[in-house]
Write a protein that binds this ligand. Structure first.
Ligand code: BGC
Length: 770
């Protein structure tokens, strides 16, 4: 089962039209630095390198993740002809991502007027040393002896907006480019925020005896592009190995270090030069070894094995690989909707992180779950400003977030027909606040990390609780609190009143704020007093939230299982979905006016169903079934967040056929490009949804209200077994599910449930019959 095939993603043929999608698929990142998997021997690429947390606005519509200078620049000339995939005949081409080791491998064989030259390369972005990346090129002159020229450079002409040409923008200006003798470097500064970014790289090259082969070095600066060129003499059949060492640092990384009297630019430059020297001293192979060992240890904690379904096996690993590639070691950054893999959604962070990606981290790599929550804590000040600017109290987390918690959702975009359209999500999609609260409480229940709640969690709950209290509107006639003019998870319907997802979660957030206030008064009364002082909060205020919560209007009718998404939804126009596209996703019904989606019952993605998944303990299985059946028929899946949730809910209510179909749509969203926009980045929320499908869906894992894990699995016919890891209260559990049994291996005793029945898991292997 552990065949190597399921560890790789291949590109077997070169068609330039596919370049951008493959660049996303082959992106390598380490939570800090990201290099799109672009072909260095093609001009038909979108150069994209990013550092998490480096945002800038300048003349852009909103703050965005900055596309940095491209450090991948490397050219080879044979007989003064540039080896270029786009116009030279290729006798061999093969590229593959080795997910097990985190290496991108390439093989090219060019035919330059009868001379065959082979280039094999290995690229990695180091995880143990996040400022480093390396590439190794092995060059073989297959049927000739002669000379080549190689060129190493850093391209400082990159910009944001390759896929949005009207809004192209370069977010940095070049401060200086340098000859590092050997090596080249570029120092740039972003316009608004003044971040300094310094990139440097150098190449070394050896023949088969280990002797240097680089000759006639020349440094030059073309515009602001630093380049170093060398001549290499090749002998037929004999390989030459070139190693490229790359390093990136930014002023943001060094904020905590003492500058003394140094200029910031010099400080970062020095750091980069030292790191480059250290990297060269370590050597390419040793760094690569440390990196692959690291990857191996992480796979031991996060891998999922699916026996009997190679495509699913490959797909799930692909999603986990890229989720981990985004996991930040820095508590000032989170994960954008499109990861670090492109410019889709401008690098912004949405509820995607807390509701879709977070469970994966929480149950496998909890240290990253904690970092993601700390990002919200560290951006609380921005969230407080949002609340203040909008006339509310407490903290209002932005629908789209960048580096400081201020709202960065663009105000204008385009509708499905390309017309300019006002985007209201930043003004109205309030549920993000409660989504963050859900993740916090989930974190606490699973890890039992009280100190985290004392130091950070309770403050966020109180501030979001306070926000909701000020956001509620009292309806005197009906004596209830309402939330009018909102957007729920389904964004087809704007300015709606009493969206059930929003209202339910607001109520829940208020209740949790009160509960955790009380919890803190027991746990650490001094901390609570401090918090009360800092926040200017009183016991009376907090207690009043209880009454508010009781009176939050939930649009549900007594005795009716079907829940209305928002007030008035049931009165909207009905359109039946009757056709599906080649990806199996619904086509727009005929005769529909796409500018008036809000007048129909069609929805973009689950909304009521989402609520049933986020707070499952609040609803019965029958309610789940009724709502799933009703809303599934009306869902257009115009968000990649949608299919995974229907897969999980389908499994809960017995729709196993569709569950597998939706799972595969989720898994393959990027590998098949089934949303048609993989060129602009990786679908990180969908990847988190894929993990949830396996564990919550097929594994049937739920966290019950008594905080015990329960497993009620169901496996697709062709799956012999599925195996995943769960970290529960610091205990790493290995869960192996077969059709008729569950095997749980644990290092210590733990209590859990199998199909609702309490069981004691003893240290070692435990087999439970299903
Ligand atoms: C979805 C949102 C999501 C955002 C970013 C939108 O299309 O409707 O739910 O947060 O994309 O992925």
């Amino acid at each position: 089962m552990e065949g190597e095939v399921v560890w790789v993603v291949e590109r077997k043929e070169y068609h330039p039209v596919e370049n951008l999608v493959y660049e996303t698929i082959f992106t390598l990142a380490n939570g800090y630095l990201s290099l799109r998997g672009r072909e260095e021997f093609s001009n038909l690429t979108m150069k994209g390198s990013y550092v998490a947390g480096i945002f800038d606005k300048y003349l852009a519509q909103v703050t965005e993740l900055v596309n940095l200078p491209d450090p991948l620049g490397f050219k080879i000339y044979l007989d003064n002809k540039e080896l270029n995939l786009d116009y030279l005949p290729l006798t061999k081409y093969y590229r593959y991502l080795d997910m097990k080791q985190g290496i991108l491998n390439s093989l090219y064989e060019f035919n330059v007027e009868g001379k065959i030259i082979r280039i094999e390369s290995r690229r990695f972005v180091s995880r143990p040393n996040i400022h480093r990346f390396g590439i190794q090129y092995t060059i073989t002159p297959v049927n000739f002896s002669g000379k080549i020229v190689v060129e190493n450079c850093i391209d400082t002409t990159t910009y944001n907006g390759y896929l949005d040409p009207h809004n192209k923008i370069q977010h940095y200006r070049v401060l200086r480019v340098e000859d590092l003798k050997p090596g080249v470097s570029a120092s740039v500064k972003t316009h608004d925020k003044g971040h300094i970014i310094v990139l440097a790289n150098a190449i070394l090259a050896k023949d088969h005896k280990g002797e240097n082969v680089l000759r006639y070095r020349k440094f030059r600066q073309i515009g602001d592009i630093p380049q170093e060129g060398y001549t290499i003499f090749l002998t037929e059949g004999q390989q030459v190995v070139i190693e490229k060492y790359g390093v990136v640092y930014t002023s943001r990384d060094l904020e905590s270090e003492k500058l003394k009297d140094k200029d910031v630019v010099d400080f970062v430059r020095e750091k980069v030069e030292n790191e480059l020297n250290n990297f060269i001293r370590t050597g390419f192979e040793s760094e690569l070894k440390a990196h692959t060992e690291h990857m191996e240890s992480v796979w031991k904690r996060m891998d999922i094995l699916i026996d009997g379904d190679e495509l699913a096996q490959q797909g799930i690993r692909f999603n986990l690989f890229h989720l981990y590639a985004c996991a930040p070691d820095d508590q000032r950054v989170s994960i954008g909707a499109r990861g670090l893999h492109g410019e889709g959604y401008k690098g912004h962070v949405f509820w995607d992180t807390e509701i879709f990606m977070f469970p994966f981290f929480l149950y496998t790599l909890p240290e990253y779950a904690k970092n993601l929550l700390l990002y919200r804590y560290n951006t609380l000040d921005g969230a407080r400003k949002n609340a203040q600017m909008n006339g509310y109290k407490g903290a209002q987390f932005p629908w789209e977030s960048a580096d400081d918690g201020l709202e960065v959702t663009p105000k204008w975009g385009e509708d499905y027909l390309g017309n300019p359209v006002r985007i209201w999500t930043g003004d109205e999609e309030f549920h993000i606040n409660a989504d963050i609260a859900v993740a916090l409480v989930h974190y606490h229940s699973v890890t039992g990390d009280d100190q985290f709640m004392v130091d950070y969690g309770v403050e966020v709950l109180l501030e979001t609780g306070r926000f909701w209290a000020s956001r509620l509107e009292y309806n005197e006639i009906k004596d209830r609190y309402e939330i009018r003019r909102v957007i729920g998870p389904d964004e087809f319907h704007e300015h709606v009143d009493n969206n059930v997802y929003t209202n339910y979660l607001a109520k829940w957030n208020l209740e949790k704020a009160v509960e955790y206030y009380e919890w803190l008064s027991e746990k650490d009364p001094i901390k609570l007093e401090k918090l009360k002082t800092i926040l200017g909060i009183t016991e009376k205020e907090v207690r009043s939230w209880k009454t508010l919560a009781e009176k939050v209007y939930i649009p549900r009718k007594e005795g009716e299982k079907l829940i209305e998404q928002f007030e008035g939804y049931f009165g909207l126009k009905e359109y039946e979905i009757t056709e599906w596209d080649e990806n199996g996703l619904p086509k727009w019904p005929k005769g529909l006016d796409l500018t008036k989606l809000g007048e129909t019952k069609l929805i973009k993605q689950p909304d009521v169903v989402m609520l049933l998944l986020v707070l499952p303990e609040e609803f019965t299985e029958e309610e789940m079934k009724v709502n799933y059946e009703y809303y599934e028929k009306r869902t257009m899946h115009k968000s990649s967040l949608s299919p995974s949730m229907y897969s999980i809910m389908g499994l809960k209510v017995g729709d196993t056929h569709n569950a597998y179909k939706y799972f595969m749509k989720t898994l393959l969203v990027d590998l098949e490009d089934n949303q048609g926009n993989t060129n602009n980045g990786f679908h990180a929320a969908s990847a988190g949804g894929a993990w949830q499908c396996v564990v919550y869906g097929f594994g049937g894992m739920t966290l019950e209200s008594d905080k015990l894990l329960n497993f009620s699995p169901w496996l697709p016919e062709k799956w012999q077994s599925v195996n995943f890891k769960i970290n529960y209260r610091g205990i790493p559990l290995d869960v192996l599910i077969k059709k008729d049994s569950i095997q749980i291996t644990s290092p210590s005793e733990v209590e859990l449930k199998i199909k609702g029945e309490r069981k004691i898991v003893k240290p070692g292997e435990n087999i439970f019959r299903l």
